[in-house]
Design a protein around this ligand. Structure first.
Ligand code: PLP
Length: 431
């Protein structure tokens, strides 16, 4: 991955300079300066990303991989350059990056490809992905629904069993249980790199080791890690990984699926039609190798180009430095919240490395009320189950409030948020 060599955290001056690149951060909300602490849900876009999309429509808009005219050739080059940039961002080869609508679509693509490999007349090389009643798929209790429901559905379609690694009270994966749950029947281990609720950074190497020992494929949900820390899919030795453009300063409608080349080339297609075939007769069709095999129909071209602009922005800033900066913000949020009465924090305790997101419960006040109270002060946080109902149930909760920071978040914003939370219980008359 191209990386600034300086591993020190971004400093205050740099963060202020970065903020100038993000037009939306200067907005007022409810007459107050916006304090945007919802980047875990969707991040804001720098000017270079907005311009990349506009420039495409103004100067290159055309169908990729099809037309013989000059504009089509320019569009195709820009589209494939974008793939190369996003591949570089995660340490992959460009043939190993498939464009998807988002991370959810990437996970569904995998789950449906596995079931397509399990039914009917499939080529010999695809049979390695077949799953059936004797097989198990393993996930964790901290998964976002995007990395749970598609596997539940795969199990329903094929008769495979779904098992999961439980979460400890400390908000980490129970690794003793992981060693028991992952066994000879495990065909796929799918887990999140970073929890979108707990902020926990999971021990990828350890889990990959357990999966490799039983010959299982590893699927990494990198939705909350790709935007925030240096991600090298080769070094992590995962088989597949997914991430979304809109969480890493890019636009909505675009994400990526990484797959090891030999796996992607053997995986059956899911969405079929134009642009993914070699020869088509009235009886049957031949398919292109990856990534085109998985990119049927007209692609989100401008979004891919803008996602690449986002990846460039992050690489130029330096993922090590962003990660270091977010570590500082995470501890500031945690320490501040821990001081307040009636706050129950989820996830690793202060001092333990974690992502810059904190979910918490305010005793006596529903998370939606907390969110509305903060919103009235211009502070944007996420409330609800954050698409992780089983995890909330594990902690006896139905909803929490989550603040999530990014490279543009300032200490002043964190302090404004802490001050806001400090006033919640009093406002709602909770003693
Ligand atoms: N996985 C994790 C850990 C997430 O946090 C999210 C989004 O919040 C997703 C998957 C789904 O991402 P998307 O909605 O972009 O598909």
């Amino acid at each position: 991955m191209a990386e600034s060599r300086d591993p020190s955290a971004l400093d205050r001056t740099e963060v202020l300079r970065i903020r100038n690149d993000f037009p939306l951060l200067a907005h007022l909300v409810n007459g107050k300066t916006l304090v945007y602490l919802d980047s875990g849900a969707t991040s804001q876009n720098p000017q270079s990303v907005l311009e990349a999309e506009q420039e495409f429509y103004e100067q290159r808009n055309s169908a990729v991989h099809r037309g013989a005219h000059t504009l089509a050739a320019h569009a195709t080059v820009a589209f494939e350059d974008a793939r190369a940039t996003v591949a570089q961002f995660v340490g992959a080869r460009e043939e190993e990056i498939v464009w998807t609508a988002n991370a959810t679509a990437g996970l569904n693509l995998l789950a449906y490809a596995f079931s397509n490999a399990s039914i009917g007349d499939v080529p010999a090389e695809s049979r390695r992905f077949a799953v059936g009643p004797c097989d198990e798929i393993v996930v964790t209790e901290m998964e976002h629904h995007a990395n749970l429901v598609p596997w539940q559905e795969l199990c329903r379609r094929t008769g495979a069993a779904l098992r999961y690694i439980p979460v400890t009270d400390a908000g980490t994966l129970d690794l003793d249980e992981a060693a028991r749950v992952i066994g000879p029947k495990t065909r796929v281990l799918a887990f999140t790199h970073v929890s979108n609720v707990l902020g926990t950074i999971n021990p990828v190497a350890h889990l990959v080791g357990l999966a490799r020992a039983v010959g299982a494929l590893v699927v990494l949900d990198a939705c909350q890690s790709a935007p925030h820390l240096p991600l090298d899919v080769k070094a992590l030795d995962v088989d597949f990984a997914v991430f979304s453009g809109h969480k890493m300063l890019g636009p909505t409608g675009i994400g990526a699926l990484y797959g090891r080349q030999e796996l992607l080339d053997a995986l059956p297609p899911v969405t079929t039609g134009g642009s993914m075939i070699t020869t088509v007769t009235m009886e049957r069709s031949g398919y292109l190798p990856a990534p085109q095999r998985f990119e049927a129909g007209t692609q989100p071209v401008s979004q891919a180009i803008a996602m690449a602009a986002a990846a460039r922005y992050l690489m130029e800033t330096g993922m090590e430095r962003i990660h270091a900066r977010e570590g500082v913000l995470a501890q500031r949020m945690l320490e501040g919240l821990r001081e307040l009465p009636g706050i129950r924090l989820l996830g690793p305790a202060p001092g333990v490395e974690r992502a810059a997101l904190v979910a918490f419960d305010v005793d006596g006040v529903h998370a939606h009320d907390v969110g509305q109270y903060l919103d009235a002060q211009g502070i944007a946080v996420r409330v609800g189950h954050h698409c992780a109902q089983p995890l909330h149930r594990r902690f006896g909760l139905t909803a929490t409030t989550r603040a999530s920071a990014y490279l543009y978040t300032t200490e002043d914003e964190v302090d404004a948020f802490l001050q806001g939370v400090a006033g919640v219980r009093g406002f709602f008359g909770v003693k």
